[in-house]
Design a protein around this ligand. Structure first.
Ligand SMILES: NC(=O)C1=CN([C@@H]2O[C@H](COP(=O)(O)OP(=O)(O)OC[C@H]3O[C@@H](n4cnc5c(N)ncnc54)[C@H](O)[C@@H]3O)[C@@H](O)[C@H]2O)C=CC1
Ligand SMILES: O=C([O-])CC(=O)C(=O)O
Length: 349
């Protein structure tokens, strides 16, 4: 049975497809860690194109000054600088000084046959080490974790920040925007509607059965899929959309371009909220009270963003019988993933 706190009325999300809406200028310094990778490069380009970004710092263990030199020729205001661990510009600490937002897509991606959890052994220490420096140099920045397994890497960052005495749960986000983006794309295709008119809250976590699309809350498009074979196929496609890309890339990695898009959408939402826009709402994986009583201390749900980050965590709202079953499958898996991250940091501080 699902915890009742999670089932109050959910307020509607807005479409994730409105990139870079902005009505005024604002200084946002954004650092991308893992900026030379498959996600890092297009994400950095999209951020360079965001009028709310005035300073863009690109850090990677390889190639970041080159990527920054390239992107810096785009004629938008963001001043773009590349940093490598021992470069003349200074390393990671320099990249993070004064950062308002830190986005982390550093780490290895999946190959066919792997789960996101199979990335844990490599990515846990990468994320831990980057988080240690962030906690030291930019403890007040909003930290956006893309590196997989997100269900575990976000709790890892939380533990590192707690240990440093600077943890603020309002500022730590697991980026699950790609799940929302996929759900919108796939459902709008079935419903014959514009993707921008189809917004599907996706709650839970970011892997397999922990990804829970709330199709019943998708407005008019919800009527297009009734419980049955088509509904099950759609849910499966949203839950395993990442595998679709891993298979198609055939050993060359996982989603990068759609992830860069999704990451830029989420960063833009945070920046708009930071400069005072009201009603900015996105789904994100954050420390959450919704299923805490069942051990899922982190949970993705719609969140209203404000100047300090998380302003309000919305409950999942009214869910269908099918969605309730999906949540029941998600919570124990999520709990396991969270506990794994927390236990790992305790053993590997
Ligand atoms: N949250 C989500 O929805 C998604 C998450 N991902 C995850 O994002 C991560 C990155 O994926 P890709 O960009 O495709 O991988 P990639 O291998 O193309 O790029 C990763 C980059 O991280 C860099 N890197 C490694 N260690 C580093 C360190 N200590 N400091 C700074 N940079 C470091 C590498 O040099 C490389 O440039 C993977 O873990 C992947 O599973 C991918 C898609 C969606
Ligand atoms: O599938 C992967 O490994 C990358 C990912 O998180 C996604 O595409 O959702």
């Amino acid at each position: 049975m699902i915890g009742r706190t999670a089932l109050r009325t959910a307020a509607p999300l807005r479409s994730a497809s409105r990139l870079f809406s902005s009505s005024a200028s604002q200084n946002s310094a954004v650092a991308v860690l893992g900026a030379s990778g498959g996600i890092g490069q297009p994400l950095s380009l999209l951020l360079k194109n965001d009028p709310l970004v005035t300073s863009l710092r690109l850090f990677d263990v390889r190639l970041a000054p080159g990527v920054a030199a390239d992107i810096s020729h785009v004629n938008t205001p963001a001043i773009t600088t590349g940093y490598s661990p021992d470069g003349p510009e200074g390393g990671l600490e320099k990249a993070l000084e004064g950062a308002d937002i830190i986005v982390i897509p550093a780490g290895v991606p999946r190959k066919p046959g792997m789960t996101r959890d199979d990335l844990f052994n490599t990515n846990a220490s990468i994320v831990r080490d980057l988080a240690k420096t962030a906690a030291k140099v930019a403890p007040k920045a909003h930290l956006l974790v893309i590196s997989n397994p997100v269900n575990s890497t976000v709790p890892i960052v939380a533990e590192v920040f707690k240990k440093a005495g600077v943890y603020d749960p309002k500022r730590l986000f697991g980026v699950t925007t790609l799940d929302v983006t996929r759900a919108s794309t796939f459902l709008s295709g079935i419903a014959g509607l514009k993707p921008s008119d189809v917004v599907v809250p996706v709650v839970g976590g970011h892997s397999g059965v922990t990804i829970v699309p709330l199709l019943s809350q998708a407005g008019p498009a919800a009527k297009s899929v009734q419980p049955g074979e088509q509904y099950e196929k759609l849910v499966h496609r949203i839950q395993f959309g990442g595998d679709e890309v891993v298979k198609a890339k055939d050993g060359a990695g996982s989603a990068t371009l759609s992830m860069a898009y999704a990451g830029a959408v989420f960063a833009n939402a945070l920046m708009r909220a930071a400069k005072g826009e009201s009603g900015v709402k996105e789904c994100s994986y954050v420390e959450s009270p919704l299923y805490k009583d069942q051990g899922a201390t982190f949970f993705a749900s719609p969140i209203t963003l404000g100047a300090e980050g998380v302003k309000e965590i919305h409950p999942v709202g009214n869910v269908s019988a099918e969605e309730e079953k999906l949540l029941e499958a998600a919570i124990p898996e999520l709990k396991k993933n969270i506990e794994k991250g927390v236990a790992w940091v305790a053993e590997n501080p």
